[in-house]
Write a protein that binds this ligand. Structure first.
Ligand code: MN
Length: 231
């Protein structure tokens, strides 16, 4: 096959304990999936899950034990952190039932859904798409993927992020409004999931701004730490 220019290389994420990498297909994100975060964003109650996407090349891969560097993005004055459990899909499918969702999961990782909150809020107010607030370059830092069999019980894992050593967000994955299986059921009714899809499952309360020079350290118990410095 010849192309008019060289295609962009496949984006991939390291896998803990393996030399083979996880090739990324799409990045799906769940909105407002922890009750206390929904409240801080001005919403209450259990609404049906909703989704947005980031491009695959928005991932900022951070290897185990390293600190990644995220350039402070353009156009914003209010860059927010959202620490999230990320589900990595290994087997695709559509109309997957929650009870069968585990068969489609390759593994799990710690991710940050970085958000240009001011731009997102402007777009929301105008009823326009949020893409500019969410789907920008380097907006999806992620650590290595831990295969499901080695990840322990992520459904009950503590999740937190600290900025410069101080707690910002701290919760537990058990507080997800829509759990992992339910999320996959809803998502796969709308899109046919493919191997390589990543699902950022939502963030707990405590989202706030970071500025250049800040260092974020996030963790989901059992999946290692994700460390990112804002440049
Ligand atoms: Mn999020």
């Amino acid at each position: 096959m010849n192309y008019v220019f060289n295609p962009t290389p496949t984006v991939s994420v390291p896998v803990a304990g393996k030399t083979e990498r996880f090739p990324v297909h799409r990045i799906y994100c769940v909105g407002r999936n922890y009750e206390e975060h929904a409240k801080e964003m001005g919403f209450t109650g259990r609404e049906p899950p909703f989704f947005f996407l980031k491009p695959a090349d928005a991932v900022l891969v951070v290897n185990a034990g390293e600190t990644g560097t995220m350039p402070y993005p353009s156009l914003t004055k209010n860059l927010h952190h959202e620490i999230e459990l990320v589900v990595a899909i290994g087997t695709g499918g559509k109309n997957i039932l929650a009870a069968d969702a585990h068969k489609h999961i390759y593994g799990y990782a710690v991710g940050l859904d970085m958000t240009r909150r001011d731009l997102q809020n402007d777009m929301k107010k105008q009823g326009r798409p949020w893409g500019i607030g969410k789907a920008f370059d380097h907006s999806a830092p992620i650590g290595p993927i831990t295969p499901a069999a080695q990840a322990g019980d992520v459904t009950n894992a503590d999740i937190y992020v600290q900025v410069n050593g101080a707690d910002r967000q701290r919760s537990n994955v058990s507080k997800l409004i829509w759990n992992i299986g339910e999320t996959i059921e809803h998502l796969s009714a709308a899109w046919e999931l493919q191997p390589g899809d990543l699902i950022y499952t939502g963030t707990p309360e405590g989202v706030a701004a970071v500025i250049p020079g800040d260092t974020l350290v996030g963790e989901v118990a059992g999946l290692g730490k994700l460390s990112v410095k804002i440049a």
